[in-house]
Design a protein around this ligand. Structure first.
Ligand code: PLP
Length: 397
């Protein structure tokens, strides 16, 4: 289909909730996507942190095809193998005890909030306060919006549900003054993705753990964007040695298929009885088979090491650019979740980068976000840096 016709039909029939890039993507291979004219683009956005193995990974395709031919869906009313093996693996890499599978990050956070309610209701009916962070993002459902702090996501949809209290990331004093015996949970992205690539400090995470213990509140880490290998560890909190009660994951887990999960400690799992929660499509045979392939490739191809070494290389190359362009305020992040904060609004820089063959986007007004796949090489980084350099040199002049 011609791009102009596609755009017209899209405008006519698809809900206008996303501002699209003026690009029709028809295929992907490795770290590149291709438009209808065969032009290739190095993808440092990866379906918004989803395509961590790049595109068309042969082991993912094989796992999906094999499962498609056996059984696509049967429901959670029956025993099937792939969700069980996947849950076992997820518990091994996270030190959690039990898993619930859903279909997205927002859904995973919904259950996390329900579990916090379940826990706090066993202490007192007025233990309802949800302690959350400014600049957080946890999804677009009413529950996940309640703990998300960005007025533009929520303000048209008020009222939300529950009592959320927002504090600043890494402000330990505020944390200490806010958490009390009315607190049901503290929910934290150890690296805030949508909020501008802001890193929680070890001290802040440790204090959150101590306070959650002191007041019988749950500590929830939302690892939907930064988790599952993106930082070079399986989880972005692991640098801190803090153990949460609940971890939520999604984005890269299904290697492109929709699956989310809530990982939890046994003491929380024990509170759930039959019928307390559910999802028709959760633990689907194909999405869990794809997720198993994703974890296997990470392990077999030693991708955590690649994320660390190529991530450091990318970070250093961006730091070098900073010395040439005074409008670069800061480069931050860990592994392959990096942000370039500018002194000026990002505006259409992502479109200029795309015209030269590099796909990125911005989070918050001034941060260009880079989320390349775990399989990138230093050569791919050099290619990206030369494109960024070219675009920045035009911004400068
Ligand atoms: N949590 C975090 C940290 C996210 O970055 C996102 C999505 O960007 C979500 C939750 C929501 O995930 P989903 O879009 O799969 O519902």
């Amino acid at each position: 289909m011609e791009f102009s016709q596609l755009k017209e039909l899209d405008d006519k029939y698809i809900l206008n909730s996303y501002k699209r890039y003026p690009l029709q993507v028809v295929s992907g291979k490795g770290v590149y996507v291709f438009d209808e004219n065969g032009n290739k683009y190095l993808d440092f956005l990866g379906g918004i942190a989803v395509n961590a193995l790049g595109y068309s990974h042969p082991k993912v395709i094989k796992a999906i095809k094999d499962q498609l031919e056996k059984l696509i869906h049967i429901s959670n009313l029956f025993y099937t193998e792939t969700p069980v093996i996947l849950a076992h693996k997820l518990c091994e890499i996270s030190s959690m005890d039990k898993v619930f599978f859903c279909n997205s990050g927002a859904e995973a956070n919904e259950l996390a909030i329900k579990l916090a309610r379940l826990n706090s209701n066993s202490y007192s009916k007025d233990k309802t306060s949800l302690v959350c962070l400014n600049n957080s993002f946890h999804g677009r459902t009413i529950g996940s919006l309640t703990v998300t702090k960005n007025s533009s996501y929520a303000e048209k949809f008020l009222p939300l549900t529950g009592e959320a209290v927002f504090i600043n990331i890494n402000n330990v004093e505020e944390l200490v003054n806010t958490v009390n015996d009315k607190t049901a949970c503290i929910i934290i992205e150890p690296i805030q993705g949508e909020g501008g690539i802001n890193l929680a400090s070890k001290d802040f995470l440790q204090q959150a753990r101590c306070l959650a213990d002191k007041y019988n509140a749950l500590l929830i880490f939302d690892e939907v964007q930064a988790g599952l290998g993106r930082t070079g560890d399986y989880f972005s909190y692991q640098f801190s040695a803090v153990e949460p009660d609940i971890i939520t994951i999604a984005k890269p887990l299904g290697a492109g298929l929709p699956i989310g999960a809530v990982l939890m400690k046994e003491k929380i799992a024990k509170m759930i009885s039959y019928g307390d929660h559910g999802s028709t499509f959760g633990a689907n045979c194909v999405t869990t088979a794809s997720a198993l392939a994703f974890l296997e490739v990470i392990e077999q191809d030693n991708l955590l090491e690649n994320v660390k070494s190529v991530g450091n290389y990318l970070f250093n190359q961006l730091e070098n650019l900073r010395s040439s362009y005074s409008f670069i305020k800061e480069v931050r992040g860990r592994g392959l979740i990096l942000g370039i904060e500018l002194e000026i609004p990002v505006g259409d820089i992502h479109l200029s980068l795309m015209k030269r063959g590099l796909i990125t986007n911005s989070t918050s007004e001034r941060v260009i976000r880079l989320l390349p796949p775990y399989v990138i090489t230093k050569n791919n980084v050099d290619e990206a840096i030369s494109i960024i350099d070219g675009v920045f040199s035009e911004v400068k002049s």
